[in-house]
Design a protein around this ligand. Structure first.
Ligand code: ACO
Length: 427
């Protein structure tokens, strides 16, 4: 631990602040008493240089392009674990020690997949064209009216139950959002199917599963699809103090019901420059329409008088290739070879966009690389996931991260209500 000295050039006074050694990455200045000591506060719009909490959940090295969950690189986790294993890991701190433990946790999630009948009736109030992110945020908020038994006194068991329940229910909600929008009847969770298979079944299955029909035609759920979705969800499971996680923590800091905090996180994730980018990327690739138009769109992205941005490019922390995008790019090619065919029209345009952008000085100077949203949509399309469900799938993936962050926040006796200041420039 070192110190740093701040000198006020107006008064000549100097002040010393402690430096905090993070276990990885750069040091931080402890400015928590900055105002009390100096009478001056810090200004950092968008919080690019500010940490709002201590955390042990995920670590990003933006320069190297590295992401770790509890110290383990995501590349290792996607190779060896299922998404439900990662849920267990993030919320309880331990990976399953063997297949039995892995199955037990998956089974618990499956059993928690059923929705309260009253919650199902809520779907009637949403119009067919309601965006599923709005529906999901509302439904999760309603969960806080159905599960009022948590005590919120730092009770770890209550928060574990809260986490497992919502992780169990969110796939059902996502699948029902879609079925409701197309007027298809809901399918009850089938606990004989794994967490991921069950989601695909509830999304696609014909109401009578004995008939091997689906709403997409004669389509069985393959092991390869289950594996692919497991990987995609693992890659989205946690990502430091991003906008939606910060929202969850901020809202939780007021002491509100945990599902109300998560509902706010879903709303924050919906935004097109955050999780909503995966849907926008696909729409943008379609808008580009042909590899020969790529240069024109890249020129628009660089034009400061044009609000057009290249969706799926750039990141606040990564100034290198987003490691999640790297895994997804490889996964896309592997799936294509193994029989889940990518839409070559979309793939070719994406490939060209990446090539042109990565060799362009504008993108190089600003460290703008493909992020997690750039390739996920192409894979989800190949998995026959409707475009409007891309961001809800992100919600499914991020749910264990939000829950882990809530658990961490709740355990911290020094956590305070979030209350930033403002640089007042008004009358
Ligand atoms: N296309 C073109 N230019 C870009 C892009 C882009 N996608 N992203 C950043 N830039 C430019 C900015 O115009 C700015 O240029 P300037 O220095 O000449 O003014 C510079 O790069 C820095 O950009 P900021 O907006 O300051 O970066 P910030 O960290 O605030 O924003 C963000 C990061 C929001 C992700 C941004 O890169 C973006 O809008 N990307 C497109 C949307 C997207 O893909 N979002 C998903 C991110 S991943 C996630 O949240 C799950």
């Amino acid at each position: 631990m070192g110190t740093i000295t701040l000198i006020n050039n107006e008064t000549g006074k100097s002040y010393e602040f402690d430096l905090i050694d993070c276990t990885r990455g750069p040091k931080a200045i402890n400015f928590s008493k900055l105002f009390e000591t100096t009478g001056i506060f810090s200004y950092d719009p968008g919080y690019g240089s500010t940490a709002g909490c201590e955390s042990t959940i995920s670590y990003i090295d933006g320069k190297k392009g590295e992401l770790l969950y509890k110290g383990i690189p995501i590349e290792d986790l996607v190779m060896h674990y299922s998404f439900s294993d990662i849920c267990k890991f993030l919320i309880s701190g331990d990976l399953p020690k063997n297949e039995q433990e892995s199955l037990e946790f998956d089974l618990e999630l499956r059993h928690r997949g059923f929705l309260h009948e009253k919650l199902k009736r809520m779907f009637d109030v949403f119009p067919d064209r309601a965006h599923p992110m709005a529906t999901l945020s509302a439904l999760v908020s309603v969960l806080s009216t159905l599960y009022v038994d948590y005590k919120d006194e730092g009770d770890t068991d209550d928060y574990q139950t809260m986490a497992r329940r919502i992780i169990g229910k969110i796939p059902t909600m996502v699948a029902y959002c879609y079925r409701n929008s197309v007027g298809a009847p809901f399918i009850q969770p089938d606990i004989s199917k794994s967490y991921i298979e069950n989601f695909l079944y509830m999304l696609r299955g014909y109401p009578h599963s004995r008939l091997k029909h689906t709403i997409y035609g004669e389509q069985e759920i393959s092991e390869l699809e289950i594996k692919a979705l497991n990987k995609i969800l693992i890659l989205h499971a946690d990502h430091g103090q991003n906008a939606s996680t910060t929202t969850v923590r901020n809202v939780a800091s007021t002491g509100v019901h945990p599902y109300a905090a998560i509902s706010s996180g879903i709303s924050a994730l919906w935004g097109p420059v955050h999780g909503g980018a995966n849907e926008k990327v696909l729409r943008q690739l379609n808008e580009i329409g042909d590899v020969k138009n790529v240069d024109k769109f890249i020129a628009r992205a660089k034009d400061k008088n044009d609000s057009f941005r290249l969706m799926g490019f750039g990141h606040r922390v990564y100034k290198n290739y987003d490691p999640r995008a790297k895994v997804l790019k490889t996964l896309k090619d592997e799936l294509d070879q193994q029989g889940i065919k990518m839409d070559s029209y979309l793939s070719d345009i994406a490939q060209k966009v990446e090539e042109v952008a990565l060799s362009d000085d504008y993108f190089k100077e600003r460290g703008l690389y493909p992020n997690v949203d750039f390739y996920s949509g192409i894979i989800l399309t190949a998995l026959k996931i409707p475009t409007e469900l891309f961001t809800p799938i992100f919600v499914m993936g991020r749910m264990p991260g939000w829950c882990a962050q809530l658990i961490e926040h709740n355990k911290n006796p020094h956590a305070r209500i979030t209350r930033p200041r403002q640089v007042y420039l008004g009358k």
